[in-house]
Design a protein around this ligand. Structure first.
Ligand code: HEC
Ligand code: HEC
Ligand code: HEC
Ligand code: HEC
Ligand code: HEC
Length: 249
């Protein structure tokens, strides 16, 4: 089943517009050219990327996002499986391939390299299924292809508010909310320094990572008991670090 073509066919039927046939033709032509190896090209290092760069829509867009992310050195196949040595789409998307993982497949995918976050997540209140509430997995909070380089407008604090404080769940305690705002502030502070061409010292980057780790140890196991005791120190260290990042030249 080919989703690009299906989507166009559906849209054409709905709109009953003759003009749809032009983009439909282009879409078919594009995906056909995406599937054949460019003339004269040797087996590429990673055919997932080589072919996806030439595809269209979302299949192409993810390549740019992925190559800017923390996972740029992780091949597509290390998350999705499949065979990066084959340039044939059907053969590349075969075997262990997982296209769109559901929540439990996502947990398994990420845990190949992140065992301890999964172990903590399984201890917490986010792991069991709750009736009427979408099941959480790693991607709900982290995204999939923009990890480490989320858009400027994305916010961890906002992710939580998407469920907590709505009719079906009470709001999170204020210190937890402020902690997530600190995580957002540190990230945007580093992003701003980068855009302004200011170099942040390795020491500050290490301290940022240490705070990230401390926050994750509260959020992954949804630990409010010991967590609430640890938060004041995290907020204080985060505030000091934020000022130091702002002062970097
Ligand atoms: C020869 C071209 C080609 C190669 C090689 C290829 N892909 Fe794809 N892939 C596509 C196209 C085109 C789509 C868009 C969906 C469609 O129409 O089949 C796609 C879709 C996907 C999807 C989305 C599936 C979904 O259900 O939405 C994932 C994930 C994916 N590819 C990963 C990979 C990985 C990982 C590899 C390497 C092991 C790979 N692809 C190799 C062309 C390719
Ligand atoms: C860190 C793991 C990871 C890596 C690396 C990764 N993906 Fe994905 N990808 C995912 C997850 C998880 C999803 C499902 C996203 C969701 O549920 O929102 C996904 C979804 C997709 C989709 C479906 C469209 C979408 O946005 O949901 C395509 C296409 C895709 N990936 C292609 C690729 C290609 C091509 C590469 C390499 C350039 C790649 N992925 C690298 C984890 C990864
Ligand atoms: C093949 C191994 C591999 C897989 C699979 C993988 N990661 Fe990673 N991840 C890494 C590496 C390597 C780093 C960088 C570690 C570092 O620099 O300290 C990383 C870093 C991260 C970070 C910290 C990034 C930052 O800069 O803020 C998060 C969050 C993360 N991964 C989430 C995920 C999620 C969610 C998935 C599944 C969708 C996933 N990872 C799948 C290898 C992997
Ligand atoms: C409810 C939201 C949420 C979910 C679900 C979640 N995380 Fe996290 N994760 C966080 C937060 C918040 C941080 C700290 C981020 C920061 O300070 O910028 C974090 C940090 C991390 C880090 C960096 C940890 C470190 O030691 O530096 C990794 C890796 C990571 N998460 C992986 C995962 C994986 C894998 C899963 C799925 C098993 C997952 N996360 C599920 C919210 C979540
Ligand atoms: C998709 C919805 C959803 C999102 C998004 C979400 N949560 Fe939750 N959260 C839940 C559900 C469901 C529970 C379990 C409630 C229960 O067990 O009664 C929960 C429980 C918790 C608990 C335990 C509360 C307690 O009383 O013990 C904490 C802490 C928590 N979440 C923190 C967060 C943080 C921090 C974020 C954002 C980084 C977040 N959550 C994002 C749905 C969500």
């Amino acid at each position: 089943m080919n989703s690009i073509d299906d989507r166009w066919a559906l849209r054409c039927r709905r709109l009953k517009l003759l003009t749809c046939f032009v983009p439909l033709f282009l879409a078919l032509w594009n995906s056909a050219s995406a599937r054949s190896r460019p003339a004269g090209q040797r087996a590429a290092e990673n055919n997932c990327i080589e072919c996806h760069k030439r595809a269209d829509g979302r299949a192409r867009e993810v390549v740019g996002l992925h190559l800017k992310s923390t996972h740029a050195k992780v091949g597509c196949q290390q998350c999705h499986g499949g065979d990066p040595d084959d340039y044939d789409e059907a053969k590349a998307h075969a075997g262990t391939f997982v296209g769109k993982p559901d929540a439990s497949a996502t947990l398994k995918m990420c845990a190949r390299c992140h065992e301890s976050p999964l172990a903590q997540f399984k201890e917490g209140r986010h792991f069991p299924e709750h009736r009427g509430i979408p099941r959480l997995d790693c991607v709900t909070c982290h995204g999939a292809h923009t990890i480490g380089t989320p858009s400027e407008t994305s916010s961890l604090a906002q992710v939580c508010i998407g469920c907590h404080g709505l009719e079906y769940l009470p709001a999170l305690p204020p210190p937890v909310q402020v902690m997530l705002e600190v995580a957002d502030d540190l990230r945007s502070g580093l992003g701003k320094a980068d855009r302004e061409g200011r170099t942040v010292s390795p020491d500050l980057i290490e301290r940022r990572k240490a705070i990230r780790h401390r926050i994750s140890e509260i959020v992954h196991p949804t630990d409010l008991k010991i967590g609430l005791e640890k938060i004041p120190r995290i907020l204080e260290d985060g505030r000091v670090l934020k000022e130091q990042i702002e002062r970097q030249k």
